[in-house]
Write a protein that binds this ligand. Structure first.
Ligand SMILES: [Zn+2]
Ligand SMILES: [Zn+2]
Length: 170
């Protein structure tokens, strides 16, 4: 069994060492010296630009990694987040289960990238979720709003309202 694993690992290693240079050779990486980011955008519109090559831009005195728009090459391409709010539901208050209910609103956060220049937009990818809990006992003085996040447990010192498992939140 052990021997079989070894030979399998060896086969994988050999494949990696043989395959990687073959893939890397397909695209040439070209370094280009520019004065500023505007020149990078200009380059993508120029006849010198070849989509089959990979480019590294070197801007003097400026160490900065920026994503460029894959459609227009503009540096107006940035990551955005979007918060989707669910309908409010009433849940049992963990502090006083015999009284009336607390209000819970589920939020789901998605991320996408968007270009201000040409409007190109990627599809949204789920990032995380949380719940906002308004406690009926404490809300009147403004102190009764809690955020329940996955992984928060009352066993680790969080309030019961901040523990989504305890609150039965899905
Ligand atoms: Zn763009
Ligand atoms: Zn409560």
């Amino acid at each position: 069994m052990k021997k079989k694993m070894m030979s399998l690992a060896l086969a994988v290693m050999m494949c990696v060492s043989l395959c990687v240079p073959a893939f890397a050779a397909e695209r040439t990486r070209i370094e280009i010296n520019v004065e500023n980011e505007a020149e990078i955008a200009e380059f993508f519109h120029s006849p010198e630009y070849d989509p089959d090559n990979l480019y590294s831009f070197i801007i003097p005195n400026q160490i900065q990694l920026r994503m460029l728009c894959p459609r227009c090459g503009s540096n107006s391409y940035r990551g955005m987040t979007e918060r989707r709010e669910g309908p409010p539901i009433m849940i049992m208050c963990p502090a006083s289960p015999d009284l009336s209910s607390d209000k819970s609103i589920k939020f789901e956060v998605y991320t996408y990238s968007e270009c201000d220049q040409c409007g190109y937009k990627t599809s949204s990818v789920f990032l995380n979720k949380y719940w906002e809990i308004e406690c009926h006992l404490e809300y009147w003085d403004g102190a009764g709003t809690w955020k329940a996040r996955p992984g928060q447990s009352y066993r680790n010192g969080y309030d019961l309202h901040e523990d989504p498992d305890y609150m039965g939140l899905r």
